[in-house]
Design a protein around this ligand. Structure first.
Ligand SMILES: [Zn+2]
Length: 310
């Protein structure tokens, strides 16, 4: 090879290397600082991370709160109370209970306990049931309330059901009997509003509403919840600031993302059928009593006569 050509190759490589380092250095620096600032355990131990990752996926179907959110500690009812509740659930022979005025044009369908590790969404059923029972039938809309759908998850402290499935995913097509039950209820009852109780790492309270759920309704609703002393989360689940605190109004962008990720949820199913749907998220780091109280406030706000859904 001619020395001139060698020279050219060498300096081309040198220049390319130089630019590569200059361009990648800030990226490397950011990643390093970020790792150091947020690490748990030994950030340099790559093997340890790989093991943790594979363990997470092996346990994915049985994942519980400690694996999903290791730094969070949610209060769980004591064993005796759980046993008592499970006995009570086994006595509920029908899966849904009817309340209110059957002739009302407002038909509200309420799902509880979809995710077993969101304890208040399960235990809150008793308070919700009591509230509906003692309310004046004639002023109530037509209401169907399901008993907690994922009792197995509650027993085992996991998000998933006995089939290892998430009852709020693959919603439109799943053959899972509990998802089918939810779909059938929606198709037969034809609700004007679907409400689903959930919990998570939110700041106090967050309402997730599908694109077709009117903002006017949700604003009224949020004003009322605020009056009742519920602190509204200023951030979405993805941790970006919200236009209206406590209200995550899903836009078309979010829907497109969900479609791309084929993340079919109850919300999307309702959206496609033109039914209003709200998902209620309470902060699972608060005490169980506070969380259950918050659910009652929220439900009272939904049932308030000032809020019209049509
Ligand atoms: Zn949930």
């Amino acid at each position: 090879m001619k020395p001139q050509l060698m020279h050219l190759i060498k300096y081309t490589m040198f220049t390319m290397n130089f630019f590569l380092y200059v361009l990648l250095f800030p990226f490397w620096l950011v990643v390093t600082l970020w790792t150091i600032a947020t690490h748990k355990g030994r950030p340099w131990n790559f093997i340890c991370e790989v093991k943790r990752f594979t363990k997470f996926y092996a346990n994915k179907k049985q994942a519980d709160t400690t694996i999903l959110f290791p730094e969070k500690n949610t209060e769980r009812p004591d064993t005796q109370l759980i046993k008592k509740q499970l006995r009570a659930f086994s006595k509920i022979s029908i899966f849904e209970t009817n309340y209110g005025n059957p002739k009302s044009f407002r038909r509200i369908l309420i799902f509880t306990g979809i995710h077993g590790n969101e304890f208040a969404s399960v235990t809150g059923f008793f308070g919700i049931n009591k509230l509906l029972k003692r309310s004046n039938k004639s002023v109530l809309p037509n209401i169907k309330l399901t008993s907690p759908l994922n009792i197995y998850g509650y027993k085992k402290n996991t998000r998933f059901d006995e089939l290892g499935e998430d009852l709020n995913r693959n919603f439109a097509k799943s053959l899972n009997p509990k998802i089918k039950l939810q779909r059938n209820l929606i198709d037969n009852f034809k609700p004007t509003l679907v409400v689903s109780f959930h919990e998570g790492p939110v700041n106090n309270f967050l309402l997730i509403s599908e694109p077709n759920t009117q903002v006017q309704f949700t604003n009224k609703f949020l004003r009322l919840t605020k009056q009742q002393g519920i602190i509204l989360d200023p951030f979405s689940y993805l941790k970006y600031p919200l236009k209206t605190s406590g209200l995550w109004q899903k836009g078309i962008f979010c829907e497109v993302l969900q479609r791309i990720g084929s993340l079919s949820s109850l919300g999307m199913y309702c959206q496609n059928k033109g039914i209003k749907c709200i998902t209620l998220e309470t902060n699972w780091n608060l005490s169980l009593k506070e969380r259950e109280k918050m659910q009652i406030f929220i439900l009272e706000a939904i049932l308030d006569q000032k809020i019209l859904i049509n």
